[in-house]
Design a protein around this ligand. Structure first.
Ligand SMILES: Nc1ncnc2c1ncn2[C@@H]1O[C@H](COP(=O)(O)OP(=O)(O)OP(=O)(O)O)[C@@H](O)[C@H]1O
Length: 260
C-alpha cells in the first residue's frame, strides 16, 4: 500500500497583490514522518505553512490535510480538522498574562469542556513530556529562557493530542546544545506519540538529524524533495550551496560515517 499522505498540497498558487510567492507547489507529507521545509529567506516557507493551516487564502490549487479538502471545507469541517493538529509558532507565541500551566491549558479550554482538576492534570502531564516540572508551572513567559519558552509552546501544541504538528523554526534562537536537545525531544515525541511533523527550519543539524525527508523552496517552486542523501546529490545551485557548503562539511562527514 502506498504511504498515507497526512498533508497533500497540489499545484498551490499563493500571492499578494502582484507578487506570486508560491507558484504551483505540490508536496505530500506522509503519516509518521518528520518533513523539513527549507529555503532562502523570503522563499515562502511561512506562507506555505500559513496557507496550509488556513491563515492565508490560496489563489489556486488544492490542500488536503488528514484526508479533507481544506480549500473547499465549511467552517465546522475545518474546525474539526484544526483540533487534530498542533502548531508551534516561531517565537513560541505564549500569552504573556498567563502562567506556563494556563498557556498549555488554553487550547483545551477553547475546544474541550473539562474540570479545572482535569485541565491541571493534563497540562502537567504535557509539561512533563517536554521536560518541565513543578518549579516551572506557575512561571510567566517573561520568566522563561528561550529553550523553556519553546518547550512550553510545544506542550501547548500537544495539548489536544494532535496527530500532526506544525513547527515554525523550532530551534531558532537556541544555542547549539539546547537546539540539539530540542531536536531530540521532537524525535522522541514523534516516535512515542506516532506524530507526523511538518517543520520549517534553517537548522542544518536538524535537517540531518531529525528530518526523514526535506523539501526545498526556491523562486516560488519546490526545487528538491527527498531524503538528505538526495539533497547531497542535487544539482540545483541553492540546494548544492546549502547542503554541501563549508558550513555543511562536518555534518556531511558525520552523515557519511553513519552510512558506511
Ligand atoms: N501578509 C503578507 N502580505 C504581503 N506579503 C507577504 C505577506 N506574508 C509574506 N509576504 C511575502 O511573501 C514572501 C515570502 O515570505 P515568507 O515569510 O513565507 O518567507 P520565509 O521563506 O518564511 O522567510 P524567512 O526564512 O526569512 O522566515 C516575502 O516576499 C514576503 O514579503
Amino acid at each position: 500500500m502506498p504511504p498515507e499522505a497526512v498533508i497533500r498540497v497540489s499545484d498551490l498558487v499563493v500571492g499578494f497583490g502582484t507578487q506570486t510567492v508560491l507558484n504551483h507547489v505540490s508536496l505530500a507529507v506522509e503519516r509518521g514522518e518528520i518533513f523539513g521545509l527549507v529555503g532562502g529567506s523570503g522563499s515562502g516557507k511561512s506562507v506555505l505553512l500559513r496557507t496550509v493551516i488556513g491563515l492565508i487564502p490560496a489563489r489556486e490549487g488544492r490542500i488536503e490535510v488528514l484526508g479533507t479538502d481544506l480549500v473547499h471545507a465549511d467552517d465546522s469541517t475545518r474546525q474539526a480538522i484544526q483540533k487534530r493538529w498542533g502548531i508551534l509558532f516561531q517565537q513560541g507565541a505564549l500569552l504573556s498574562s498567563l502562567t506556563v500551566l494556563q498557556n498549555v491549558q488554553f487550547p483545551m479550554r477553547e475546544h474541550l469542556q473539562l474540570s479545572q482538576r482535569l485541565l491541571d492534570e493534563i497540562a502537567k502531564a504535557k509539561l512533563d513530556m517536554v521536560g518541565l516540572g513543578p518549579t516551572d508551572w506557575h512561571k510567566f513567559p517573561s520568566e522563561l529562557s528561550g529553550g523553556m519558552t519553546k518547550r512550553v509552546a510545544l506542550a501547548r501544541a500537544l495539548a489536544l493530542d494532535p496527530e500532526l504538528v506544525f513547527l515554525d523554526e523550532p530551534t531558532s534562537g537556541l544555542d547549539p546544545i539546547s537546539a540539539g536537545e530540542f531536536d531530540e525531544l521532537i524525535r522522541t515525541l514523534q516516535r512515542t506519540l506516532g506524530l507526523t511533523v511538518f517543520m520549517i527550519t534553517h537548522d542544518l543539524e536538524s535537517l540531518y538529524t531529525v528530518c526523514d525527508r526535506i523539501g526545498v523552496l526556491a523562486q516560488g517552486k519546490l526545487v528538491a524533495c527527498g531524503q538528505i542523501s538526495s539533497m547531497l546529490q542535487s544539482d540545483h545551485p541553492w540546494v548544492k550551496a546549502y547542503f554541501t557548503g563549508r558550513r555543511a562539511d562536518v555534518l556531511q562527514r558525520r552523515f557519511a560515517q553513519t552510512m558506511s
